[in-house]
Ligand binder design. Structure first.
Ligand SMILES: Nc1nc2c(ncn2[C@@H]2O[C@H](COP(=O)(O)OP(=O)(O)OP(=O)(O)O)[C@@H](O)[C@H]2O)c(=O)[nH]1
Ligand SMILES: [Mg+2]
Length: 371
């Protein structure tokens, strides 16, 4: 399961206050019989309040700790997830929210010390009641101050839990192109992935993946949301998912051209898009295809060939799927997996570190010169 889906339910600040304070009512004290009759007795309240706060503070701190620690450490994440958090949510915003919650634990500790001291010093039931009232007020307003960070984390959790559980180390073919070009259709046809397909653009809004079994392993096919022809800084969050997937996950990019009138981009705009991707991700092999040949008029096909050059392969997903699949699977065979390289390098570094650690443990044996 994705580490983001493991983030537990996060309460709003109002809900958190409700939970924490409602627990107090459940805490009772059993006093000796003679004191039971006199519930106004000072030691009854003192014992009760001590017990209540001894429960409340650790309980609240534990709840906050659970929220903070359930978020994965951003610096430990795969670069794809790190960039995705930046795009979908904002890394600094997330870190600030988490640290505000973390700091609250510290202020609770100091309130706890003060309450405990004041309760200890109280000399009458009324004094103890005042200390309790004040403490509840301070704890309540401390929780209230968590409204913004908790709301922020609730939003972040919703956004991040939508990130699919990619295999970050499996050889991956990513399909890219303008909206409606036929990317999802192709991924659906040749993998276990089940993206939505529709006869209108902007159908795919999240990254979708499927697997394709081979004799000894499997490869991952990645469907990306359609891209428009515009500069990076003008791209929306949905398009940025595609860009980040191409950057971090793709070992090979299949770019589909769609020369039909249904495409929201003209052929020359699609060519701009293709060139941008080719340039931006120059280290990733890319193969383009003209799709939907079955419904192209002679003119459309000629124009498409003129724009992209005759060298580009022509494809029709429905009819040529076997042929296309073969081409792609043969090409992928020859492509070294850059992500695996990264992993291997990391392994090598880790091994070196381990080795140097074990070197430290070597006990030096000194020989006398006579030996
Ligand atoms: N005639 C024909 N139609 C195709 C072909 N490939 C896809 N289509 C149709 O084109 C439309 C769009 O297909 P999708 O696979 O949803 O396109 P997409 O690129 O994923 O679109 P977005 O998710 O919006 O970016 C659907 O109606 C498909 O049936 C093809 O080879 N020939
Ligand atoms: Mg799609």
């Amino acid at each position: 399961m994705s580490q983001f889906k493991r983030i537990p339910h996060i309460p709003t600040s109002d809900k958190l206050a409700d939970i924490v304070f409602s627990q107090l009512k459940k805490i009772r004290v059993e006093l000796p019989r003679k004191l039971k009759k006199k519930r106004s007795d000072y030691s009854f309240y003192k014992t009760l309040y001590f017990r209540q706060f001894r429960h409340l503070f650790p309980d609240l701190e534990e709840r906050l700790e659970k929220i903070v620690s359930s978020f994965p450490l951003i610096n430990d994440l795969h670069p794809f997830h790190r960039d995705l958090i930046e795009v979908l949510y904002g890394t600094e915003k997330l870190k600030t929210s988490l640290s505000r919650i973390n700091n609250t634990k510290k202020s609770l500790k100091s309130i706890e010390r003060e309450v405990s001291r004041k309760l200890g010093q109280s000399e009458t039931a009324d004094e103890a009641k005042i200390v309790r009232k004040e403490a509840i007020g301070r704890i309540g307003s401390t929780i209230k101050k968590l409204k913004d960070p908790l709301d922020e984390l609730i939003t972040a959790k919703i956004q991040l839990s939508k990130v699919p559980d990619f295999n970050l180390y499996e050889k991956t073919i990513a399909f890219a192109g303008a909206p409606n070009a036929g990317k999802s259709s192709f991924v659906k046809l040749i993998s276990t992935g089940n993206p939505e397909i529709a006869a209108y653009p902007f159908t795919t809004k999240e990254l979708v993946y499927g697997h394709r079994k081979r004799e000894f392993d499997s490869i991952q096919l990645l469907d990306t949301p359609g891209l428009l022809d515009r500069p990076l800084h003008e791209r929306n969050d949905i398009e940025m998912r595609s860009i980040l997937a191409l950057k971090h996950l793709a070992d090979y990019i299949v770019f589909l051209f769609d020369p039909t009138d249904e495409s929201p981009l003209k052929m020359n705009q699609q060519l701009n898009l293709f060139s941008e991707i080719k340039e931006k991700f120059s280290e990733i092999p890319i193969q383009s295809f003209i799709n939907k040949k079955d419904i192209l008029s002679k003119d459309q096909l000629q124009n498409a060939e003129q724009v992209v050059g005759k060298l580009e392969r022509i494809a029709t997903i429905e009819k040529n799927v076997d042929q296309l699949e073969k081409i792609i699977l043969t090409i992928i065979e020859k492509i070294p997996d850059k992500k695996l390289y990264v992993r291997e390098e990391k392994k090598l570094v880790e091994e070196e570190i381990e080795k140097s650690k074990s070197k430290d443990k070597i006990e030096w044996i000194f020989f006398d010169e006579d030996d």
